[in-house]
Design a binder for this molecule. Sequence first.
Ligand SMILES: Cc1cc2nc3c(=O)[nH]c(=O)nc-3n(C[C@H](O)[C@H](O)[C@H](O)COP(=O)(O)OP(=O)(O)OC[C@H]3O[C@@H](n4cnc5c(N)ncnc54)[C@H](O)[C@@H]3O)c2cc1C
Length: 394
Amino acid sequence: MLDGVVILKHYDVAICGGGFAGISAALAAAREGKRVVLFEKEYMLGGLGTAGLVTIYLPLCDGFGHQVSFGIAEELLKLSITYGAEDKYPENWLDDIGTRTEKDKRYEVQYNAQVFAVLAEKLLIENNVDILYGSYVVDVATENNRIKTLFVQNKSGKTAYSVRSIVDATGDCDIAEFAKIPTETFKQGNVLAAWYYFTDQNGYQLQMVGASDIPDEERTGKEEKPLISRRFTGLDGKELSEQVCLSHKTTLEHWLKKRESNPSAVISTIATIPQIRMTRKIVGEYELAHTEMHTYFEDSIGMVSNWKKRGPIYEVPFRTLYNAKMKNLIVAGRCTSVNETLWDVMRVIPCCAVTGQAAGTAAAMTDDFSALDVSKLQEKLINNGVIIHEKDIL
Ligand SMILES: Cc1cc2nc3c(=O)[nH]c(=O)nc-3n(C[C@H](O)[C@H](O)[C@H](O)COP(=O)(O)OP(=O)(O)OC[C@H]3O[C@@H](n4cnc5c(N)ncnc54)[C@H](O)[C@@H]3O)c2cc1C
């Protein structure tokens, strides 16, 4: 018992959040033979990448024919199109022979959210991860700069789990916030998005409504205008409900307009979580900046490219994933410590998988991240298919 709450079980590694970062972290930690639990407040895996209907697995390559992200980032991309892609099938990359002739075609896919969610769940179960759905991590208990207990609210009421190390993959840095670790919020706030799926005579299709938060001129060729002037922090309960209602209203209006010229179009799926890109990130031991492309980092845990621009490659320092004030807490995904400009690059699916794999592997190795021998972590990552330095791919 702790504070009147029953401690149900002990785990070596607890993953909080089951988006792409959490899935990758859980898989990596479980493959190290640890007892792993994944707490997810929804009833499906994938986070924004499934429940949020954001189904474009952005590039694993630099746009000039070099694959940049490897390991679980590549494994999940391939998993997502096990039964076919919705769009952008990267045939030039999937031949395994590596001819890679079409160098200008980026290594990305559009996948089916529901298929990916059930396949990811199957993969984690096969790797002995305990998945606890409908389970909101609501608080932590700390002792000597370590999180000892996670409090979880679900249909059983409020329960507690004792844990050795924790990966914060909530996308919102919730666990770091509970543990009173310094965090930063997205100052300019997020624009409204209303991505939805519809069906018509041409099948099931993704409709992207809403601009990027930070202009994306190279990819789209134009700077889009936000749907409305209001911006959203993603960190206020009332504001989040208002954002969701506005998103639904926008979807309805958009579809009714579409029906005027395409009467067979029917809305088939709407998002079941708020479509918000950047909320809160950790103040890590290192903050990676957008200007630090092509920089060698001794403690790199993998590489990411820039989905908006061909060319840039970033090595991701291990220090961007933790703050030494809380020894056994590490973050992954859109909570990683990067500057505001790089945040819009780092938040996307392949980057979340890269940081997730590193965080999960590290969490299986230690309960004191700042004391970890990073070369041993790098050795494990390399053995599991990750290439960590740019000099090794060019
Ligand atoms: C409109 C929009 C368009 C985008 N477009 C693209 C795109 O085209 N391609 C791309 O690659 N990326 C895109 N992104 C970004 C990308 O989808 C996300 O940033 C990425 O999927 C985040 O992964 P994550 O695992 O870090 O976080 P999330 O996907 O947010 O996952 C976090 C998970 O944690 C759970 N959770 C949160 N708090 C708790 C808690 N306290 N307890 C338990 N569970 C909790 C959530 O339910 C969720 O499942 C877009 C995002 C948006 C909003």
